[in-house]
Write a new protein. Structure first.
Length: 486
RNA sequence: GGCCCCAUCGUCUAGCGGUCUAGGACAUCACCCUCUCAAGGUGGAGGCACGGGUUCGAACCCCGUUGGGGCUGCCA
C-alpha cells in the first residue's frame, strides 16, 4: 500500500510522505449534501493514493454541538460508503493539546491576552473611515492568562500570506487586512483556527480539501502553522453548493439533509455519482461511473471554480437510472421496507412472493424507492381506497363506465384461464366491440380495480390482484355508479 | 463598506489560442413506440455577461466593467 498511487498528479505532496486527508465536520445539525461531497472528494483522493482518511469531529463549541449529530454524520457517511481509516476523533477529548499549543504561543509571544469586549471594540472601530474588526488594543498590554481575557494571535504585519490552492491556483492575502484573531475564548475553549491547525499537525494531515467558505481562514491557518512550526498541508478549496437563488446551501433554509434523501429512497451510489459531478467531471465526459471508476479518475486539480446548484431533478434522474439497473433481488430488498411501512401491508410469505413478482413492473416507473408502495398498493390494499377525484371523474362521470364494467365482468367470468394473455385478448376484443380504443376501455376498469388513474400495466395488475378481488371491485364500482344515478 | 473567490444553454458541465456554424447530460417541446403512466428512441429550441486589449487568429490569455458568491463571530 505504501506509496501506491493512481494516475493523477494529486498524490504528490510537498513532503515525502503518503497522503493523509481528513474530513472535519462540526456536529451542529443534520449532515448535509455539501459536507457529503467534501467528504467524498477527500475519500476519493485517499483511496486513489493509498492514503489515509481521518474522521475528526470538531466539537469545541459546546453550546452548539450535540452528540446525536455526531451519530448522524457517522451514519450518513457509512450509508454512503465513505469509510474512515482513523477516528472519529473528537476535539472535545483533545483539549489539553490545544491548551498546550496556546500556552506555547503565548510564551513565545506569538499571541497575547485581550480583555476587550465586543462592544468596546465596536465603539472604537465603528464609524466613517474606520476599519471594522479588532484594532489591536491589547497587543502591548502584557496581560497574562490570569487576566481572564481571550488569547489573540499576533498577526505579523506588514507581510503577506500566499499559497497555491489545489483548486484555484495562487491566492494572496495581505496580512494588513487580517485582524489579531482569537485562538482561545476567555472561558478557555479553543477556537476553530487553533484546534483545527493543532490537529492537522498532530495527525500529519498532508492535504486539506474543504469548502470555499474556508478560503478566508486559510491565511490565518497558515500563520498558526508557521508559528507552531508545523508542516503545512496543501490546501484545496472546492466551491460551495448553492440553492436555486445561488446562495450557499444552508441547513436552516434548504432541504439538504443526506438522511432525508436516504429515507426518501435515494440510492447511495446514485447520490455519490451525482455529488461527484457537482464541480468535477471525468476526462471522457461520462456521467455514470462506479465508485471504483471515480477513485481511479478523480483529480482535485480538475475541480471547477464556481458554485454549483444542487439540482434535485437531475439527482432524481440519476437515481432512476441506478434503480433500473438494480437486480430483481436487490430491488425487492430495497423496496420491502417502504412497503412494510404501509398500513395496508400484511407481511406474509404469499404477499412477499406476489410483491416480488410484481416489482419488475414498478422498477422502470419510479425514480425513488418511496414511490414503490403507491404503485403496488392496488394489489394488496383491502378494501381498496380511491385517489382524489378518481371515482368521480373516471367512474361516475363516464357515461360508458357501467356498460364497460358489466361486459368486462362477464368477460372475466368467461375466461378459460385467468391469465395475462387471455385477459388481454378478451379486453382487446371488447375494445373492438365497443369501437373505442383500448385505453378508453381500460380507463374505468383501471379506476374500479386500482383506485387510480395511472399505474402499472393493467393486465398484469389484474392478474396480481386476483380474479375474485377483481370481480368484487368491479361489482363495487357498478354499485357505486348505480347509486349515484338513482 | 473591506478582503477574497467566481462568470459557457434554465441547470450540471466539455472546452485548456485555430479541429467551435461551441459537444454532452438534466429539465423543456415535438414525434415515434405503447393497454394508462413510465422507460426507451429520434429530432427541436436554448449559451461563451459586457467593454477594451494581446494575437494572423480568443469561449480559451491580460485589464476593466457588470453581475453573483464567500468571509468579515469569544461559530465552523
Amino acid at each position: 500500500m505504501v506509496g501506491q498511487c493512481g494516475p493523477t498528479s494529486q498524490c504528490q505532496s510537498d513532503r515525502n510522505e503518503f497522503m493523509r486527508v481528513r474530513f472535519a465536520p462540526s456536529p451542529t445539525g443534520y449532515f448535509h449534501v455539501g459536507g457529503a461531497r467534501t467528504a467524498f472528494y477527500n475519500w476519493l483522493m485517499a483511496r486513489q493514493c493509498g492514503g489515509s482518511f481521518v474522521l475528526r469531529i470538531e466539537d469545541t463549541d459546546a453550546e452548539r454541538n450535540r452528540e446525536e449529530w455526531v451519530d448522524g454524520i457517522c451514519d450518513a457517511l457509512s450509508w454512503l460508503g465513505i469509510t474512515w481509516d482513523e477516528g472519529p476523533f473528537r476535539q472535545s477529548e483533545r483539549l489539553s493539546l490545544y491548551a498546550n499549543a496556546a500556552e506555547d504561543l503565548f510564551n513565545r509571544q506569538k499571541a497575547y491576552y485581550c480583555t476587550c469586549t465586543r462592544d468596546e471594540i465596536d465603539a472604537r472601530t465603528t464609524g466613517i473611515g474606520r476599519k471594522p474588526g479588532y484594532d489591536g488594543h491589547c497587543r502591548d498590554s502584557n496581560l497574562g492568562p490570569s487576566s481572564g481575557g481571550a488569547l489573540r494571535f499576533k498577526v505579523p504585519t506588514p507581510g503577506e500570506t500566499r499559497f497555491v490552492d489545489l483548486v484555484r491556483g495562487e491566492v494572496v492575502f495581505d496580512n494588513q487586512n487580517l485582524e489579531d484573531f482569537i485562538l482561545v475564548k476567555s472561558n478557555g475553549a479553543p477556537l476553530f483556527v487553533l484546534a483545527n491547525v493543532v490537529d492537522d499537525i498532530d495527525m500529519g494531515i498532508t492535504h486539506v480539501i474543504r469548502a470555499e467558505e474556508h478560503l478566508p481562514n486559510t491565511p490565518k491557518s497558515y500563520m498558526v502553522f508557521e508559528a507552531l512550526g508545523g508542516a503545512i498541508p496543501q490546501f484545496g478549496h472546492v466551491p460551495v453548493l448553492v440553492n436555486e437563488k445561488r446562495q450557499k446551501l444552508s441547513k436552516r433554509r434548504d432541504r439538504v439533509a443526506v438522511e432525508d434523501y436516504r429515507k426518501q429512497g435515494f440510492l447511495a451510489p446514485a447520490m455519490l455519482n451525482y455529488l461527484a459531478l457537482l464541480g468535477w467531471s471525468p476526462k471522457d465526459d461520462r456521467e455514470f461511473m462506479t465508485v471504483e471508476e471515480m477513485i481511479l479518475q478523480f483529480d482535485i486539480n480538475n475541480v471547477g471554480h464556481s458554485p454549483s446548484f444542487f439540482d434535485e431533478k437531475k439527482l432524481l434522474h440519476f437515481n432512476g437510472v441506478y434503480i433500473r439497473n438494480l437486480s430483481e433481488e436487490d430491488f425487492f430488498n430495497y423496496s420491502l421496507p417502504y412497503v412494510q411501512s404501509m398500513s395496508w401491508w400484511i407481511d406474509t410469505d404469499l404477499n412477499r412472493a406476489t410483491l416480488k413478482s410484481s416489482l419488475p413492473l414498478a422498477k422502470e416507473r419510479i425514480a425513488i424507492l418511496s414511490e414503490v408502495p403507491e404503485l403496488v398498493r392496488p394489489i394488496f390494499e383491502e378494501p381498496l381506497s380511491f385517489l382524489p377525484n378518481v371515482r368521480e371523474n373516471e367512474l361516475l362521470a363516464n357515461p360508458m363506465a357501467d356498460e364497460i364494467l358489466q361486459r368486462v365482468k362477464l368477460g372475466i367470468l368467461g375466461l378459460g384461464k385467468y391469465s395475462h394473455d387471455e385477459m388481454e385478448e378478451m379486453l382487446r376484443g371488447l375494445s373492438v366491440e365497443f369501437s373505442i380504443p383500448l385505453r378508453k376501455l381500460q380507463a374505468p376498469l383501471r379506476a374500479a380495480t386500482t383506485g387510480a388513474k395511472v399505474g402499472m400495466p393493467l393486465f398484469e395488475t389484474l392478474i396480481h390482484i386476483g380474479k375474485e378481488k377483481t370481480i368484487a371491485r368491479i361489482d363495487d364500482a357498478i354499485r357505486a355508479i348505480a347509486l349515484s344515478r338513482s
